[in-house]
Design a protein around this ligand. Structure first.
Ligand SMILES: Cc1ncc(COP(=O)(O)O)c(C=O)c1O
Length: 385
């Protein structure tokens, strides 16, 4: 059965040409330990890792590539940002649309260190109003952390404007770019972002096991892990030099090389083209599903800009049943359930049933939209007959 893969919001697949080849070349030719030995293979491995840093720096307008720390996914990057910065007595502003990867570290610090958290709720069409952020700032506010796009319904946060507010209040601004890195333009300088967490395995088209955190040069985070860095080995203390300070232990060289090839693809194709294509598929699907009796769509309406994430339900069926039927009978891969964002579901109004989620990637086609719409029409007809 041909698989129609529509779970790109979780991990993109397939990967562009060049990713697998770069990884195989690394495995075959130079997968030695980077930065640990002075021999030529180790040097080649560490050079390849640095090249990926340079490409990411270009993508996000980061002036020093060494301000990017590689992590194993977005969650570990978010943990490093939040738990490395926020201390007892601090207050944090976030939103009700966050993934558990933001909410849980914050709630963990609330429980263990007594930090305070304010959750800003979006208004109509799931759009944020800056006044709702403005009124939450306190003397103790240390961090504002916001996901650029919701992983439930694709609604966007105005990160540039929130960044300007943070600048005014001299508060650290962190963006979770899990659903937008590689798809929407992100400029850490212009947007006043001091911490940018990104996964490598979604819109950057790298393999799973990759991700990273940009850390503003004037911001010193407490490392999540300390240990061997291959540098300053004589010192007992974790080095201050970057990126070593935040990268203890052997890196995922093969994965980072694959991520570099994924970022090459994004830079070569251009974010504008990627976004335009994903938007076409998104609005096409929304328009067509609006016509299907029995389908309820969630999230902003089609006049509002959003990322390529669409949530819906089918009357009379559980979201997990719909996903199961789509997979088993039609070979369509989607996601069902709460998508790690129960607070988001509560905000959107789907807390009782969850939703079926479609996430498009650059390699999806109009034909994929056709296949999905036909399957949904078929399912709706069957349950109503
Ligand atoms: C908004 C958001 N934040 C964080 C994450 C966690 O990403 P990762 O699986 O790379 O840790 C995801 C993944 O779905 C996400 O969509």
């Amino acid at each position: 059965m041909k698989i129609t893969y529509l779970d790109n919001a979780a991990s993109t697949w397939p990967k562009p040409p060049g990713v697998k080849e770069a990884m195989v070349e690394c495995l075959d030719e130079y997968a030695a330990n980077p930065g640990r030995g002075g021999h030529r293979l180790g040097l080649r491995a560490s050079k390849a890792i640095f090249h990926t840093r340079v490409k990411l720096a270009k993508l996000f307008q980061i002036s020093n590539p060494n301000d990017i720390a590689f992590t194993s996914n977005a969650t570990s990057a978010i943990n490093l940002g939040i738990r490395g910065l926020v201390k007892s007595g601090d207050h944090v502003i976030t939103t009700t649309m966050e993934h558990n990867s933001v909410r849980r570290p914050l709630e963990y610090l609330k429980k263990t260190q007594g930090i305070e958290i304010s959750y800003v709720r979006p208004r109509e069409q799931l759009q944020f109003n800056l006044e709702d952020f403005e009124r939450e700032f306190r003397r103790t506010t240390r961090l504002v952390v916001v996901s650029h796009a919701s992983n439930l319904v694709g609604s966007l946060a105005p990160i540039e404007q929130i960044g300007a507010l943070c600048k005014k209040h001299q508060v650290v601004f962190m963006v979770d770019a899990s659903q937008t890195a590689g798809v929407f333009p992100i400029d850490v300088e212009r947007m006043n972002i001091q911490l940018l967490a990104f996964p490598g395995h979604k819109g950057l088209y790298g393999p799973q096991g990759t991700g990273g955190l940009y850390i503003h040069p004037q911001l010193d985070l407490e490392p999540m892990m300390v240990g061997g860095t291959g540098s300053h080995s004589e010192a007992i203390e974790q080095p201050l030099t970057r990126p070593d300070r935040y990268e203890s232990g052997t890196l995922n060289t093969v994965g980072i090389v694959g991520l570099g090839a994924g970022v090459d693809f994004v830079l070569k194709t251009g974010i504008e083209q990627i976004r335009t294509k994903e938007a076409r598929l998104t609005y096409d699907l929304i328009r067509r599903l609006e016509e299907v009796k029995g389908v309820t769509l969630y999230g902003p309406n089609k006049e509002v800009e959003r990322a390529a994430v669409i949530s819906f339900s089918i009357e009379g069926l559980d979201a997990s049943e719909v996903a199961y039927i789509l997979d088993q009978e039609y070979g369509i891969a989607v996601r069902s359930g709460y998508h790690c964002t129960p607070l988001g579901h509560e905000t959107v109004g789907t807390i009782n049933q969850g939703s079926v989620r479609v996430g498009f990637g650059y390699f999806n086609t109009e034909e994929d939209v056709d296949v999905l719409v036909h399957a949904i029409v078929d399912i709706c007809q069957k349950i109503s007959s």
